[in-house]
Design a protein around this ligand. Structure first.
Ligand code: SF4
Ligand code: SF4
Length: 79
């Protein structure tokens, strides 16, 4: 099981994590660098300038979002 923790106080909403996530990339809009087309398909998105977990259960635990974040605002916990 994987659990994502986000630290909104650190996040500046760059969206790197949203684009880096391979689950999110299945949405054609995210793959094209835009916001997700359908919230049910994405792990996280940016809401009001801050990363927000939408469907944490879709996370595959690859760690790409953690690597992509320049400010350590996402942590992946393996349970
Ligand atoms: S760990 Fe991988 S699958 Fe999970 S949210 Fe981050 S990039 Fe997406
Ligand atoms: S969590 Fe990190 S990579 Fe994602 S939007 Fe915030 S600052 Fe950018």
């Amino acid at each position: 099981m994987y659990k994502l923790e986000v630290y909104p106080e650190k996040c500046h909403g760059c969206g790197n994590c949203v684009i880096a996530c391979p689950v999110n990339a299945r949405d054609p809009n995210v793959f094209g660098g835009k916001g997700p087309e359908d919230d049910s398909k994405v792990v996280m998105r940016i809401i009001n300038g801050v990363v927000t977990i939408i469907n944490g259960d879709l996370c595959k635990g690859c760690g790409a979002c953690v690597e992509a974040c320049p400010v350590d605002a996402i942590k992946l916990i393996v349970e």
